[in-house]
Write a protein that binds this ligand. Sequence first.
Ligand code: FAD
Ligand code: MLT
Ligand code: ZN
Length: 501
Amino acid sequence: MAFRGITKLFVTQTRFSQLSTLSYKRLTDNDVEILSKIVEGSIITNTDDLETYNTDWMRRCNAKSKLVLKPNSTQKVSQILSYCNQERIAVVPQGGNTGLVGGGVPMDSNEIILSLSKMNKVIEFEPSLGVLTCEAGCVLENLDRYLEKFGHCVPLDLGAKGSCQIGGNVSTNAGGLRLLRYGSLRGNVLGIEAVLADGTIIDCMSSLRKDNTGYDIKQLFIGSEGTLGVITKIALLAPIKPAYKNVAMFSCHTYEDLLQALSLAKSRLGEIVSALEFIDYEAMLVVNQHLDLKCPISLAPFFFFIETSGSNQEHDRQKLDEYLEEVYGKALVTDGTVAEDSSKAAYIWGLRERQVEAGVRVGWIYKYDLSLPLNCLYELVQETRKRCKGLASYTVSYGHLGDSNLHLNVYNTHYTQELKDTIEPFVFEWTASRGGSISAEHGMGFDKAKYIYFSKQKESVEIMRQLKRRFDPNGILNPNKTVLLDDSKCIRPPPIGKYNH
Ligand code: FAD
Ligand code: MLT
Ligand code: ZN
């Protein structure tokens, strides 16, 4: 196992402590043979081929799992889990492996990876309902292309769309660029089929918009990061694809100007707005220096991105023009550009969507994904930048401004414990003291699990643990992710008020 620095230590400690209550089996050749038969030989055991599955997208985790299984049906997932549960073999469900919190890679070499990539069939699209039914391993972008033929689209969009799978999106309750327009996956997922740790298949595959028959079981699987069950099928609302889009980008000289431009975009563009995003100057610098993407407008401390989507080109453009007049008139923005064609729109979006790719090129990413009140959101970036001065190559921020979701990233050429200790737990303490969330959209995975008390009260954490024990009594599903069963491994936040000055 090669998680680095403190993470490595933590993994070792956690494993020993979990072993005192939950014990896992050492994977044998006999297990591999039995599991291989279930999936009719669709396995990976070769060290070189395993590398892709063992390494996360940001290349921070380098796990050592010896086995990847690729079932192509729910029945096979059920048989795998039933066997693993009986034998106490830990299983890590994996989609496109684009997760950013170390949730989709194993912690121990005896954990096996259950890849959903062969469960990639669209089952049906029902145009009158606008509901898509598909297997969990469908790649998000492929679903979007499929829906385009019917004049529909998926209700979420993210930079990882070419690799991430809908099952991974649902398991992380991914947000992305258009949450502002279509809302969270909790509202867009109408049905789920999932397999529990003991192999039981839970069929909640409804296409109904309304169903108030008591507890909504499918919600438990949304955002549970593979710790309660393996999602095998999904019924998803697929909205009508907007006929026209406008993409614009502006420079703002102060954070206050940016917030005012945001507020006006919400009120003036209202129903046609589909994304409101920002990046700061240092983020622009990183895509410029590491991806060679040039800024098409004059440089400024902040860059604001607006996308509108609608059905009437003239109407939408007129609204956007009126908005432009107002923000320029009030000097909230100093320069800007509206994409005249789709390639320019794609270029502009690249400056925002390729931020994490640029970060990976720098070397090591310390990544934070926070929900914060807008009025103090950028204060945290400034404080963190000050703390990291001289230790980090860059402190960058960008994010889904329209959702008050900040992505704060500190980049350095390599990992250093000193830099990690400079940022953590400071960032989490600061966020907790402002009533924010330490994970707005990426999930808890391995990285954030021990900080759960910074965003959840102890009674809620205890209910999470009870659910975990009920759904997965032997703890075989994604151990040490999301909610730690061993409370002593969790870090407690300091008394409220520490950073309220
Ligand atoms: P994986 O990374 O494979 O897995 C993620 C978690 O889900 C793991 O815990 C895994 O065990 C579990 N899991 C996966 N599939 C299943 C399944 N079928 N059943 C049960 N559990 C499963 N996230 C956002 O929210 N918004 C963004 O804007 C965004 N942009 C991104 C941009 C880039 C360039 C990258 C690399 C990542 C981005 N992400 C974003 C993070 C990531 O959460 C999403 O990419 C995506 O939701 C993960 O899907 P995946 O299929 O890659 O899942
Ligand atoms: C994004 O919004 O770009 C993603 O969530 C990925 C990231 O945080 O870098
Ligand atoms: Zn994001």
